[in-house]
Design a protein around this ligand. Sequence first.
Ligand SMILES: [Zn+2]
Length: 121
Amino acid sequence: MDLTEERFCLNCGAALHGRPDKVFCNTRCKNEWHNRINGDEKRRRERVFGILWNNYKILETMLELQEHTPAISSLEDAGFRPGYITGFRKLRGRNEFRCFDITYNKTEARLYNIRRAPELL
Ligand SMILES: [Zn+2]
């Protein structure tokens, strides 16, 4: 077993000395690394949530306008991103998509049956 294996700081890449479980050279490196990782995660979470929220507002508008079978292409023109959903299930052979408390079915070209979902148990 090689006990002299070189290890490097996760943050700055400097060679580490001392305890074998050490992963950062010092507290500053540890804090910088955690801030960077948490920052990336926060930005990603905010970006994805922003897309879902935009989808939700578009679906709400469809409900208000009683637009029952909007073309996906026109929704996409308004910023709708069909790949972003909060839930999915097969119900009586049909694919049911969910965006928070709004559910819908879809064909290749259109959404249909857009509705407020009953509360989930
Ligand atoms: Zn370091």
